[in-house]
Design a protein around this ligand. Structure first.
Ligand code: ADP
Ligand code: MG
Length: 458
């Protein structure tokens, strides 16, 4: 754990609001007393500079704000690993993907070392990786499973190094100075101790190569993956998730050692099962057809369907699919017409996902936006909470979320949080030490961030 902590700019704003609410000035003696810190320490807190962890926590505690929301995540903290979310599928209601799982298992148990799962945002890449991480056929041989999620402010190879090597090794100056040595050490570690390494959201490490493909922004990643493919006697396996196809590695010399899985939406029967797991169950043939039409329009995209399920479950529909359809069915019908116009022959013999990829991506984004707007209209505080939570990429515990709207009455805070949870805006996730955190899917986070300035104005 980091010994010192420093407030982020956003964190300082929250602290400032909290102390004004209490009628304290910035170095109020009551505050010093309650937090049991010196004036110099409080001054350093405000600057902001790093201060001892215990002092930081008690300063935040004294004004009743969760320190986790206030602290800035250090750039290179040997313990940043604590902040790297584990992929967790314990809370996930898994359905389908039998074909993809079987193929990937065969590949990973054979000579294939590197699997990339590619598809648009929210299609289920992380979920699939998480599912594979608990697959007995893999965990028997790859006893250790390590996940690195690059959805953070400054994704870097250091994150991979820190998760593979011991903290002290990864941080030694020699390795820091010599990227080739760092890559070499990481590969040796993978060779000597077989593990399943998941690199999640690799798209953030890529940039367009000007020829329709992508390349790594930092060449060290390419060196690492190439070295991994080349290495002799490699027992470890890597699963990469990315919105974009990976660049060709090692000039295509080890094609048999890598495999790409293009992920499309869930098939209709599994998508229906997923609705059932969300406790949205059709009570009649016609209600089943409504769900099937929504599934078809969004091509089984789980995140889009989850947004719809969250609305059907909520007030005033309370799981009544017909009632929901009577109000919003027209939205689905409009998309049906649009798709019909784009594909007048109605040829269904080809998978739609590729031809519609762009459209599907736009449709899904629109669906999330619409869901957000309706949430904000029906329950503004929940909308505000969502936007405020979107500022941070880290999962927050329940209390951390509540603190974001601490100037509202406690009952309203709870209600807003529960609304987000019930409507599936939040994804529960185990964070360090078996604590339960809640994060936003990156797509929901992006949409919420787009609305933040508008909300701030209002
Ligand atoms: N096969 C599945 N079964 C159950 N839920 C799924 C499945 N695939 C995806 N989901 C859910 O859909 C949402 C989006 O999936 P996610 O894996 O985060 O997408 P991506 O990583 O492609 O952006 C998550 O809430 C996830 O739990
Ligand atoms: Mg993901």
């Amino acid at each position: 754990m980091a010994d010192t902590l420093k407030a982020s700019p956003h964190g300082l704003e929250l602290i400032d609001r909290a102390r004004r609410r209490l009628g304290w000035n910035k170095t109020s003696p009551v505050w010093l007393d309650k937090a049991n810190v010196s004036q110099a320490t409080l001054n350093r807190f405000w600057k902001p500079t790093s201060i001892r962890r215990e002092c930081f926590i008690s300063i935040c505690d004294a004004v009743g704000v969760d320190w986790q929301v206030i602290a800035e995540m250090p750039e290179i903290d040997p313990n940043a690993l604590d902040a790297i979310p584990d992929l967790d599928c314990s809370g996930m209601r898994w359905v389908g993907r039998e074909g993809a799982i079987a193929t990937l298992l065969t590949q990973l148990k054979g000579d294939c070392r590197l699997v990339s799962v590619v598809g648009i945002s929210g299609i289920g890449k992380t979920a699939l990786a998480a599912r594979l991480m608990v697959e007995p056929q893999l965990t028997q041989t790859l006893r250790e499973q390590i996940a690195v999620n690059f959805d953070c402010e400054s994704p870097s190879f250091a994150m991979v190094a820190r998760s593979l090597l011991s903290e002290t090794t990864a941080e030694t100056e020699e390795l820091q100075r010599d990227p080739a040595l760092l890559v070499g050490s990481a590969i040796t570690r993978l060779r000597e101790k077989p593990c399943l390494l998941v690199l999640d959201m690799v798209e953030v490490l890529l940039e367009p190569d000007g020829e329709g493909g992508h390349r790594f922004k930092e060449s060290i990643f390419e060196q690492f993956l190439t070295g991994f493919l080349r290495s002799n006697g490699m027992m470890s396996r890597i699963i990469i998730t990315s919105q974009y196809q990976l660049p060709v590695l090692a000039e295509g010399r080890y094609l048999a050692r890598s495999h790409q899985c293009r992920l499309s939406g869930l098939d209709p029967s599994n998508a229906l099962k997923l609705f059932q797991k969300w406790e949205v169950s059709p009570r009649s043939e016609i209600e089943q057809q409504y769900l099937e039409r929504a599934i078809a329009v969004y091509e089984g995209h789980p995140l889009a369907l989850r947004a719809i399920a969250g609305e059907i479950l909520a007030f005033p529909y309370h799981s009544n699919i017909s009632l929901y359809w009577s109000e919003f069915g027209a939205e689905i019908e409009a998309v049906e017409k649009m798709k019909q116009a784009a594909d007048p022959d109605g040829r269904d013999d080809q998978p739609k996902i590729d031809r519609y990829s762009l459209t599907l991506r736009d449709l899904v984004k629109k669906r999330i936006e619409t869901t957000f707007e309706r949430l904000y209209q029906a329950y503004p505080l929940a909308g505000i909470l969502l936007c405020m939570g979107a500022v941070s990429r880290h999962p927050l515990e329940r209390q951390g979320w509540l603190t974001l709207i601490f100037d509202s009455p406690e009952e309203d805070q709870q209600k807003a949080f529960d609304t987000l949870l019930r409507r599936f805006f939040l994804e529960p996730e185990i964070i360090g030490n078996q604590r339960l955190g809640y994060r936003l899917h990156s797509l929901i986070r992006c949409v919420a961030l787009d609305y933040l300035p508008q909300l701030e104005e209002e």
